[in-house]
Design a protein around this ligand. Structure first.
Ligand code: PGA
Length: 252
């Protein structure tokens, strides 16, 4: 059976709550009825109430961009999985390379956040990907295997149905340099083999593995046609409703 594609926008630190509401009002009529893939917008935390309200009853699901690993407590500035769930969030991006680079995210904290998200019933979009220097050294597979295995430490077979892996080569993020469809498919396929080793073929074949990194209206169709690419995590192009719509259409 074909895996269902997941097209997720990662807004990063863009849009105010009012802009977010206006954006959803523009986007929804464009993607309405396009039920061939899951459509998600991962928005800044402060936009969650406005976006949950604006997407109520639509095919657009709401995601967050981070989650803390503790249930609650003295973690000033942080947001727990229970808070996200209660606010109507269904997905959460974990371990994005920008968080690894600028906010001291490690494989260990990625794993802790993943478990907290899954325990709360959220779908976790776990980001993995190599640096340009790592690709040049020929250690891409080693890097993504390590990131994937460590992120999934103590994640149960049952919980794997709520796991999505986003393969995002760091050199392709926000640079306009996309991995070729073949490069992206090869690594997504490799990640699937890493999952198969731990959880078996059936679970690996059922797990959605997205590509992210300068996916846009022009290159989405080619990337999404590849057998191992089950959707996209889209930054820049997710901030323009017409471009995001073209990507959603390419995933139908
Ligand atoms: P980009 O970002 O599409 O702007 O390259 C992708 C991401 O960081 O998730």
């Amino acid at each position: 059976m074909a895996r269902r594609k997941v097209i997720a926008g990662n807004w990063k630190m863009n849009m105010t709550p009012s802009q977010a509401k206006a954006f959803i009002e523009e986007l929804y009529p464009c993607v309405k009825g396009k039920h061939g893939c899951d459509i998600v917008v991962c928005v800044p935390a402060i936009n969650i109430p406005a976006v949950v309200k604006a997407t109520a009853g639509t095919c657009i699901k709401v995601g967050a961009q981070n989650v803390h690993f503790a249930k609650s407590g003295a973690f000033t500035g942080e947001i727990s999985a229970d808070m996200l769930v209660d606010a109507g969030v269904k997905y959460v991006v974990i371990g994005h390379s920008e968080r690894r680079q600028y906010f001291a995210e490690t494989d260990e904290t990625v794993n802790a956040r993943t478990k907290a998200a899954l325990d709360a019933g959220l779908k976790a979009i776990i980001c993995v990907g190599e640096l340009l220097s790592e690709r040049e050294q020929g250690i891409t597979e080693e890097v993504v295997a390590k990131q994937t295995k460590l992120a999934l430490l103590d994640v149960t077979e049952e919980q794997m149905k709520n796991v999505i892996i986003a393969y995002e080569p760091v050199w392709a993020i926000g640079t306009g340099k996309t991995a070729t469809a073949e490069q992206a498919d090869e690594v997504c396929g490799f990640i699937r083999s890493v999952i198969a080793k731990k959880y078996g073929k059936a679970i690996a074949n059922a797990t959605a593995i997205q590509y992210g990194g300068s996916m846009n209206a022009k290159n989405a169709a080619e990337l999404l046609a590849m057998p191992n690419i089950d959707g996209g995590l889209i930054g820049g192009a997710s901030l323009k409703a017409p471009d995001f719509t073209v990507i959603v259409e390419a995933a139908q």
